[in-house]
Design a protein around this ligand. Structure first.
Ligand code: ADP
Ligand code: MG
Length: 443
């Protein structure tokens, strides 16, 4: 399943109990429960049976709080329960230091001062600073979009930190859209909708990460629409991030799309080589670790897709050399990274099936529809993009492509390839979407 679906439906579930062949799966809310029962039950039961050698016979779902330590959990679980100075919200990652003075829910590492500015993010960075300098006026809302691991969460949280410093009397709320959805559903269930509204409407700064997750969820979109209007009217600053521009988010209501376009929309793209080197140097400094220039150069040249991977590679190198207590050399670094680099090998590790699934997940259409015969535009374009990518990325033959796409003629595949190739030249939405699909494919 796609990462987005995993995050939405499975990430917050856990094994509640397991007795006599029956597994009880803990889920955060009734909404998730219904969804899992309806859509994923077979796959979940199958996976459980596989991992237990058939011991599991039955799986049921129950709404329950995860067995996480209370302390760590407090800010994440309920914004309104957050104790300190008017900060409410939740972090994508756990905030490591309890003693940190960071606003509740913001990761203390995600600040402007350690964000390396370069080609690919300079415009986004400038817009974030402008929104902080003139909140609610200059760019409202500010909408950041781009592929995974490129620094969107870092930037949106950096705004939170800076805002907290400058306007300490104003409330800040950082949340991702998935959590917003969960809390909204929970609030309705518990008859706490009034409290929910007042939490979200009494802030000077609202930061919503990964807003694409509210797409397709009617009630949540409606609620967010009113929250948005209310805050915008009061000149409260709103900042949103997403993996794609508003217009390209499927199943997002038109009135929200148009509001998201009111302010400033800016993209974050992959860093160029120079920026990657600068990022590595900055992370090395932070970690107080030394690597020779040629090693840094090698890592930056070979890990190209995103900053998260770059950081991951660096951590791997450091951990390895610290474990064996040896000094890093170019040779040892190459060995460690051999599984991560070599884009050639990586490409061929992707199968046509995976590519088809990535495209259908990206456009949120069914695999059957992607390979089917319907001529609806919402299906035709993804189908052509699939054919294009099968050729471009996997180097499939045209007859093989026709076969993968439900037994089409090779001339259809050729036509699709040429059409998309031409579209890409126009540097428009199609190109952006293909870049995002590529990123998903190789991440
Ligand atoms: P996204 O939200 O776009 O998926 P993140 O903000 O989570 O990406 O970034 C992934 C990691 O890379 C984080 O640890 C972040 O601190 C780091 N990172 C991304 N861009 C930069 C940058 N320009 N300078 C320093 N660190 C960065
Ligand atoms: Mg993020």
């Amino acid at each position: 399943m796609s990462k987005a679906h995993f995050t939405t439906w499975l990430k917050n579930t856990f094994i509640y109990s397991m007795e006599e062949g029956q597994v009880v799966i803990g889920v955060p809310n009734a909404f998730t429960q219904a969804w899992l029962e309806k859509k994923y039950h077979k796959a979940i039961l199958g996976a459980l049976q596989n991992t237990t050698d058939g011991e599991v016979k039955k799986a049921v779902y129950r709404v329950a709080a995860a067995g996480l330590p209370e302390k760590e959990d407090i800010c994440e679980r309920s914004p309104s329960a957050c104790p300190d100075s008017g900060f409410v919200g939740q972090g994508e990652e756990k905030v490591p230091s309890i003693a940190s003075k960071s606003p509740c829910g913001l990761n203390p590492r995600y600040v402007f001062s350690n964000f390396v500015v370069g080609k690919g993010n300079e415009l986004a960075h400038a817009a974030c600073q402008a929104a902080t300098n003139h909140p609610g006026i200059k760019y409202n809302p500010l909408f950041l979009y781009g592929g995974v691991g490129l620094g969107k969460t870092h930037l949106i949280q950096a705004i939170g930190h800076e805002f907290a410093k400058r306007y300490s009397h104003k409330k800040i709320l950082y949340i991702n859209a998935e959590r917003f959805t969960n809390e909204y559903v929970q609030a309705i269930r518990n008859g706490k909708i009034k409290e929910f509204k007042s939490t979200y409407r009494n802030v000077g700064l609202l930061l919503v990460d990964d807003i694409q997750f509210i797409a397709g969820k009617e009630g949540t979109q409606e609620e967010f629409f009113h929250t948005f209007n209310d805050l915008h009217q009061k000149n409260s600053q709103i900042v949103l991030t997403s993996d794609r521009p508003p217009k390209a988010i499927p199943a997002l209501e038109e009135r929200l799309t148009s509001r998201f376009e009111w302010g400033m929309i800016v993209d974050v793209t992959s860093p160029d080589l120079e920026t990657r080197i600068a990022i590595l140097s900055s992370k090395l400094e932070e970690k107080k670790y030394r690597l020779d220039k040629d090693i840094v150069q090698y890592v930056a040249a070979n890990i190209q897709s995103n900053v998260r991977e770059l950081e991951g590679a660096l951590n791997k190198i450091i951990a390895y050399h610290e474990l064996y207590n040896i000094a890093p050399t170019l040779e040892s670094t190459k060995n460690i990274l051999s599984s991560l680099v070599s884009s050639g090998r990586k490409k061929f590790a992707v199968t046509p099936r995976q590519l088809l699934r990535t495209v259908s997940d990206f456009y949120e259409i069914r695999l059957d529809d992607l390979t089917g015969n319907s001529r609806k535009k919402m299906l035709v374009v993804p189908r052509q993009i699939t054919m294009y990518l099968l050729r471009k990325e996997l180097e499939c033959s045209y007859p093989a492509i026709g076969h993968e796409l439900g037994g089409r003629d090779h001339t259809t595949a050729m036509h699709a390839y040429n059409k998309i190739e031409k579209e890409i030249g126009n540097e428009g939405r199609i190109k952006q979407e293909i870049d995002l699909i590529r990123q998903r494919l190789y991440n």
